[in-house]
Design a protein around this ligand. Sequence first.
Ligand code: NAD
Ligand code: MG
Length: 393
Amino acid sequence: MRQAVTVLGSTGSIGINTLDVIARHPDRYFVFALGAGKNVTTMAQQIVLFQPRYAVLAAEADALQLQAQLPSGTPTTVLFGDAAMAMIARHDDVSIVMAAIVGAAGLLPTLAAAQAGKRVLLANKESLVMAGPLFMQAVADGGAQLLPIDSEHNAIFQAMPVGFQGDYDAAGIKQILLTASGGPFRGWSSAQLHHVTPAQAVAHPNWSMGQKISVDSATLMNKGLELIEACFLFHCQPEQIQVVVHPQSVIHSMVQYCDGSVIAQLGQPDMRTPIAYGLAWPERIEAGVEALDLFQIARLDFCQADEETFPCLTLAREAFAAGGTMPAVLNAANEVAVEAFLAEQIHFDRIPTLIQYTMQQHTVEPMIGLQQVLNVDSWARECAKRALIEGTL
Ligand code: NAD
Ligand code: MG
């Protein structure tokens, strides 16, 4: 029987790649619903191609514009807002939800999919960073199947024993080796980083991605968020994870075992591989990805991450160690800082400064519930924005 898929964040880089894989397998999957922010034109094209039952945008004005663009007779109901986004994530007729909205905006619908027991393909790492314990509890309570789409976590999942539940000793796992490309500014000095432009920061050497995650890769915050993401997904502490800079992005991460084995997953830097893996697991399906040519690659390099020049990774470690609400503060302050950098309001090297400042203003609370996380998220955004306006930094 064909499986119904909801794609949250359908107009973004991951969303478009997901629809590409789905379109290759009309016998296995069909699009039940599409959700996105405000890219009306792309959404209209996707609706014409995939004829989903629902399409949801963030705001009413965009939904009205989308409705007006659709050919008459289109079977799609156009909706807008948080409740509708959560509805398409938890709908009874849906089996698989691709969670690929960027940032904190992805939390509520991704959580809804987890609570409803869907197969959740998790690209939206920010929801796990903000609310890791709540999210993992929702997965357990809802009986959801959580499959990581982030390429590193997908690689780790593939390199772990089948059915791994977190007992590292029993599985003979020594540590996780989380690879990082190092981003476009690997090897640069702090002084050079000061003058970096948004155009330089979003030009990732290996991966083609949305703007926010591209900047995160350039600051190494992406690796920081991924470290936290890995701790929740694989039930471990940051000490059990070593970050390995690997500029070619051919190895997507590894697991090191007590007998000396290191199991790695290799592939092209093409997100359709982890997306296809998540859709079909435990089976494998064709993803449209070119085979890896090892002779052409010829060599693989590895080095340590430079956390002194790129302090965001250290900030993420500190946020995780502080626990409770601190990772939500890290995430919110980072979103504000990245936005301000992209709008050319702050220099690149102010991103970690603003995040650190916001974290210092926060008194950690043990995590008790969703409303608290949302409140802390708003507080941190306000705090960071005020610092920008008042020039406190
Ligand atoms: P993107 O910017 O290309 O796309 C983001 C999507 O989210 C768009 O469809 C946008 O319309 C939607 N969106 C934004 N704000 C929204 C809102 N308020 N309500 C509803 N939808 C909203 O980003 P991307 O690169 O596709 O990344 C998406 C997520 O996947 C991020 O969390 C990112 O960290 C993660 N991820 C991406 C990659 C990659 O290769 N692109 C790899 C690993 C993880
Ligand atoms: Mg990644």
